[in-house]
Design a protein around this ligand. Sequence first.
Ligand code: GUN
Ligand code: ZN
Length: 438
Amino acid sequence: NFSPNTFIRAELISFARDPGDGDMPEPDSLEHYGDGLLWLKGQQIHAVGHFAELSPSLPKGAEVLDYRDKLIMPGFIDTHVHYVQLDIMASYGRQLLDWLNDYTFPEECRFANHAHAEALSNAFLDEMLRAGTTTAQVFGSSHPGSVDAFFTACQKRQLRMLVGKVLMDRNAPEALMDGASGIADSERLIEDWHGTGRLGYSVTPRFAPTSTKTQMDAAGALLRNDPTLWLQTHLAENSGELDWVAELFPGSRDYLAVYEEAGLVGPRSTFAHGIHLDNGMRKRLAERGANIAFCPSSNLFLGSGLFDREAAKQTGMAFTFASDIGAGTDLSGFGTLKAAYQVGQLGGQPLTAWQGFYGLTLGNAKALSLDSHIGQLAPSLEADFVVIDTQATSLLSRRISHCTTLGERLFALMMLADDRAIYETWAGGICQHRRDEV
Ligand code: GUN
Ligand code: ZN
């Protein structure tokens, strides 16, 4: 098996573990090479280090890509996003339940059409790569074909992606409800796709109001049968939703208990939002190793509330960073961190750039149990990374020129950068996106 070498000389940044909450990263948490070399062999990273130390071991005549004016980080990870909602981003309207009825459900009906699902899968992946996101945990629609189309598009590009078919068998338009076939279709998709190449299946009950207890129990049985499956759903996003769940499940002590009783809460479970939780629920999530996907631009857009990162930390509850497109307003990881910073400020909980970029890379990878594959620039990990141009706009360039430390530069990127700062996105050892020349 011939694995071609690729050599890239650039500034490299990667986290080896959680940098902590201080103004400076904890010792040995940050790996930073001002003049570094990233050595790829085929789809994997072979070596990472200082250019001066590694260059003597390069093969004779090796061609080195000179990106010394660029900054390379691991590819960004988005733990909660709906590919089927790309075309309804920025649809004006009140709060969650109206927004679902007015825009989301009608849009998702369009995914019965396979050509539409294929077109949107590719458009979505183009946008993700343009934004520097190389892995995401993704909702399809309730049509199994929406997931076949998405997996097919990911497989062609050799991307590491998780996706699942939405399960919903009540309280939704007729055309979106799946009934008993929902579980059978999920089983078929798991059989066809889960563990194929870089692809994984995430069992996807939309949320408690749109699934019967029978359907959620059956989803729990899928997870018990195969502990390598992921689970994604929504939890405690909006006050109207909370009232509705209390009404639909009068026998459950709280919203989380509905999912616990169905066997949906485990170390591979991601619950989007988790804004309106008490510490008891947070501790129960922590004990089971589940994570909450913090979706700040979505929470601001729908007026859902302010996620409490401090309470998460105090109770040991893991949280991840996510865009939640189409309620989210920004596909870019930079945009998600900027919104997370703003949400934090409103709650007296500022977010450091160290925490932000750690979260977007290794933190999200760990929470999804993908850290043996992605999340760091490290030997034997998959070669998924972003090449960042800190001079992408005149404003960014001006601001960065006044920064004296790496921390300042990363913070300026977090607040001012967008997809224009993504010069290239590499996944599986291949350059998959290069920005148009500006
Ligand atoms: N809760 C249930 N479905 C959805 C959805 O599609 N988007 C958001 N933001 N919340 C949800
Ligand atoms: Zn969502």
